[in-house]
Design a protein around this ligand. Structure first.
Ligand SMILES: [Zn+2]
Length: 408
């Protein structure tokens, strides 16, 4: 496995600058395409699964995090508060408190539950500079987060559905998890009290894992301060394991924020909060994708999907016209003309691009295109329309195989 820091810079995906600061990478255009495509996949999957998206600010009053418990249990990882007109505000260490407040801002009937609130939003962590590098340990994080407010009876089904979304996403992204982990509290005082709630939440998650048929390990000392969680672990190029996806059951925050819904009996009831993330932080997910694929991303994610290679200058205009047709179909194509070197050199330059469309005099004459696939397969010259339809179908299906001769 290559190191994502080296490969990410080589491929022009992201970089850092000492003037911006350690742990604060910026995204270059190709990296931004990759990130945007990933974020849109997540939003689309969430919309289909009945989530509604919100936006909330990356800052909040210190009091918000005192109520949520972050201030007491998590402040070592938070940036120091800023004084602002007599009150203190902090860069948020998580999105949960904002979502709890958004839920609380309206009254809710049991008929609205499960209420699934999602956001791809910024959060901050005061990592020490010694452990910063690349995209895996950053101080500014874009988190794929969601909170499901539901009844106790709905928790198992919601957690199960979240695990299913994670499995589907891993299939489309070509990610192989290292293991599933049931993360439990350990010794020490970083957890909120109420043992009976921990036991109930742990029993629920254990049941979800058992019924899913996944093999998993229970590990003490890895729970969130407010509850146990299911973590999906991946391994990086240095052999370090980290959490990409998570599903958590939380009885604590609904209590802290005094959340309720009106039940069929007309009385107020306390909802449960299920926290879930499909890909965790966008930064860590992209770092993992870079390493897992060595830069050869699935076609739907690739920053450039087609490299168009005119044999000589005589075919350049046709090559540009074909690239234009690709763009009209929503495909990302780039022309590598003869001024950029011999055909062999351009083929090597585009070795990570899923499709190389070679256009010679014969193809140019009758609007045909021959393809070289990244996996070594060759597709003989065929009409442009046919090539566009087949490549478009692979991309829309988010297929990992680059070519389906039977489909169209
Ligand atoms: Zn949360």
């Amino acid at each position: 496995m290559p190191d994502h820091r080296r490969l990410g810079r080589e491929l022009g995906l992201f970089d850092t600058d000492p003037l911006i600061g350690a742990g604060l990478p910026y995204w270059l255009p190709d990296g931004a395409v990759l990130r945007h495509t990933l974020e849109e996949y997540i939003r689309d999957a969430e919309r289909r699964a009945g989530y509604r998206h919100v936006y909330s600010p990356v800052l909040g009053k210190r009091e918000l995090y005192e109520i949520s418990g972050h201030w007491a249990h998590y402040s070592d990882d938070m940036f120091p508060p800023m004084d602002l007109g007599g009150e203190q505000v902090v860069l948020r260490p998580s999105l949960c408190p904002h979502h709890a407040v958004i839920y609380r801002s309206r009254s809710h009937s049991y008929r609205e539950l499960p209420l699934r609130m999602a956001e791809l939003g910024g959060m901050y962590r005061s990592e020490l500079s010694g452990v910063l590098g690349g995209l895996t340990r950053v101080r500014a994080i874009q988190l794929n987060d969601a909170h499901i407010f539901c009844t106790l009876d709905q928790v198992a089904e919601e957690a199960h559905a979240a695990l299913d979304m994670i499995r589907r996403a891993y299939e489309a992204l070509g990610i192989t998890p290292t293991r599933f982990r049931l993360s439990l509290p350990g010794a020490g005082g970083k957890y909120v009290a109420a043992p009976e709630k921990w036991e109930r939440a742990t029993a629920l998650l254990t049941d979800v894992l058992d019924r899913s048929g996944l093999s998993y390990e229970a590990v003490e000392g890895e729970a969130a301060f407010y509850g146990p969680k299911i973590d999906v672990q991946v391994t990086d190029s240095a052999g370090r394991e980290s959490t990409l996806s998570t599903v958590q059951v939380d009885f604590h925050q609904p209590e802290q924020f005094d959340l309720h819904y009106i039940g069929p009996d007309g009385a107020k009831h306390r909802p449960v909060m299920v926290h879930r993330s499909i890909i965790g932080s966008v930064e860590r997910a992209v770092a993992h994708l870079i390493e897992q694929h060595g830069g050869a991303f699935p076609a739907w994610l690739a920053p450039t999907q087609l490299a168009v290679l005119p044999l000589t200058g005589a075919e350049s205009a046709n090559a540009r016209a074909f690239a234009g047709r690709c763009a009209e179909q929503g495909l990302r194509a780039e022309v590598l003309g003869p001024e950029q070197g011999s055909l062999g050199a351009r083929v090597r330059q585009a070795r990570l691009v899923p499709y190389q469309a070679v256009i010679g005099p014969k193809e140019s004459a009758d609007d045909r295109v021959a393809l070289r696939l990244r996996d070594g397969r060759r597709i003989d010259a065929r009409p442009e329309d046919d090539v566009l339809a087949r490549v478009g179908a692979v991309v829309r299906a988010r297929a990992t195989d680059l070519w389906d001769e039977a489909g169209s």
